[in-house]
Ligand binder design. Structure first.
Ligand code: HEM
Ligand code: NAG
Length: 512
């Protein structure tokens, strides 16, 4: 009797050897330099991202030092390190897809963020965009400020008890409360939780830590989500936190969609998911409760960690640079005579030093560390003498632009003044540098929430610094609590729960 087992093994070995031969010698990307292993298999990436925990982007940086500005980082993917090329890739005119392999870890192709195809995305973005215009955000701004006020009230309570404030968490509570209010008119209420939302953060954090693994095995998310609750709890209690959180978001979406329309529409500002459910810009299949819940989930994910992370880093940078702190405080005291009356963000962003601090913090924070890979399905792209065939994934990380010494000399230092004219005003320099500020991405898939994000950054920094004046100081916060050492899409610090670090903590001295 023939041994089918051995025959199968032999067939598999021959087939994969043929596949390897093809990827190394016949594939249309063989002319792009890079490590052979990366060209051969995704396991090269997985080693750095899964085993070494979110390290591939840093390895890509080292590959560029060795191989030059274009590197083959995967069997069908290149990465380009060239600040001048960014707008050739991420712009409004070319119709690029997101790379499905790369984005599969988001598990959310139904949401605007995770949509793969450019033409499907266009429909969703046109429907979503208006609710994040600067006009729409201005209507919502009083809500933003009221959440920020709740934050400073709670900080004042801590001050009376001489209690350190875990701002790493506090800021994330705030951004979640703000975005959940806007998305489905229901604040998750994290700012009122005794634990400063540590549990909530920890659930998300687990998901991000898992993301390089789910990129290799995208079915994992579905398996976790469809397991009975008791089984999930047995398999991994952290996964249970995630499942419960998603269930809560589904539930809140359902509550909203079944609300009385008079109540929702009486709000002074739009409620995003409600408006989408009524939108003429979307066909019916885009307005199912399922898709709207996925969109809500994704908007909360996109709006909370990014903004919370930038606020955390910004506050640390200000407090650890006394000159910057004093200069900023002086400007704010002069421009805002009454600390209980904080002006709107459109007024604030015209204060030059505040403007410079916000821009420089966004540069240093980088935004997404990941390579945001795109695919041009329709035509080949060119980079210098290299032809990149249609269908190839091409990525660029903002990390390398933020650190480009030719654009930002002394790039590792925090220097708000670099954004201003010699006389301290906002002018041509800011305009020139703005072109290279990529924290929000660029082009058709750039951040839809940019106006809301700026409103939050300006409001929080102003309110916290103006209200507490000279009373703020860092509490046992070191470089290791702040450094982004993992790339889980955003650059992430060590876990802030005491296991690896403690995140940003501050003390507010008692009022004299
Ligand atoms: C400082 C804060 C923020 C930063 C640094 C940031 C950064 C980014 C970046 C880099 C992208 C592009 C991602 C990609 O190409 O895959 C993006 C997209 C997106 N962001 Fe933000 N973001 C911030 C705040 C927000 C807020 C407050 C929201 C509110 C909802 C939001 C919602 C989104 C959405 C929905 C997308 C996908 C857009 C699309 O594909 O059309 N972001 N963001
Ligand atoms: C957008 O990118 C394409 C190439 O992908 C390029 O031909 C075009 O000039 C770019 N447009 C702008 C406005 O930069």
């Amino acid at each position: 009797m023939p041994d089918y087992g051995i025959a199968t093994v032999v067939a598999l070995v021959v087939a994969s050897a043929a596949g390897a031969f093809y990827r190394l010698y016949l594939h249309p990307l063989t002319h792009i330099p890079g490590p052979k292993l990366a060209a051969l298999t995704h396991w090269y990436e997985a080693y750095y991202d899964v085993v070494k925990k979110g390290q591939y982007i840093f390895e890509i940086g080292r590959m560029h030092e060795k191989y030059g500005p274009i590197v083959r980082v995967g069997p069908n993917e290149v990465h380009i390190l060239d600040s001048e090329y960014y707008n050739q890739l991420y712009n409004m005119t070319n119709r690029l897809d997101k790379y499905d392999y790369f984005y599969s870890m988001m598990g959310n192709p139904l949401a605007t963020f995770g949509t793969i195809q450019a033409d499907v995305h266009r429909v969703r973005r046109i429907a979503l965009g208006p609710f994040f215009s600067s006009k729409a955000v201005a209507k919502f701004y009083p809500q933003v400020q009221s959440v920020v006020d709740r934050l400073t009230e709670r900080m004042e309570l801590c001050a009376e008890k001489a209690e350190p404030i875990p701002l790493f968490y506090a800021y994330r509570c705030m951004t979640v409360d703000i975005i959940s209010e806007y998305v489905f008119a229901h604040q998750m209420g994290l700012l009122d939780r005794a634990d400063w939302g540590k549990y909530f953060y920890s659930a998300w954090r687990s998901l991000w830590e898992l993301s390089p693994t789910t990129r290799q095995f995208p079915w994992m998310i579905d398996v976790i989500m469809s397991m009975p609750r008791w089984m999930t709890k047995l398999t991994d209690p952290r996964a249970l936190e995630v499942v419960d959180m998603f269930a809560e978001i589904d539930h809140q979406t359902e509550v909203l969609l079944n609300s009385d329309s008079k109540a929702v529409e009486a709000q002074p500002h739009p409620t995003v998911i409600w408006e989408l459910s009524k939108s003429d810009a979307l066909p019916p299949q885009e307005k199912t409760p399922k898709r709207l819940a996925v969109e809500a989930n994704s908007l909360i994910a996109a709006g909370f960690e990014t903004t919370g992370g930038t606020l955390t880093l910004m506050t640390y940078l200000v407090l650890s640079h006394p000159n910057v702190y004093q200069k900023l405080l002086a400007e704010l005291e002069q421009a805002i005579p009454d600390p209980t009356k904080i002006p709107g963000s459109l007024v604030l962003e015209r204060l030059p030093y505040l403007f410079a601090v916000v821009k420089e913090s966004l540069r240093v924070s980088v935004g997404a560390y990941s390579r945001l890979s795109r695919v041009n399905r329709y035509e080949a792209m060119r980079y210098k003498q290299y032809n990149i065939p249609a269908g190839t994934a091409i990525g660029m990380s903002a990390l390398f632009v933020a650190h480009d010494e030719a654009i930002f000399p002394d790039a590792l230092s925090f220097i708000p003044e670099r954004w201003l004219e010699p006389d301290g005003s906002i002018g041509a320099t800011a305009l020139r540098l703005e072109h290279y500020l990529l924290a929000f991405g660029k082009g058709a898939r750039g951040c839809v929430g940019i106006n809301l994000a700026y409103a939050e950054l300006y409001s929080v920094l102003t309110t916290v610094v103006r209200r507490f004046g000279n009373r703020l100081e860092l509490y046992k916060t070191e470089e290791r609590d702040i450094e982004a050492v993992h790339d889980y899409f955003a650059g992430m610090t060590r876990r802030p729960d005491g296991s690896e670090g403690n995140g940003l903590r501050v003390l507010v001295k008692k009022q004299k």
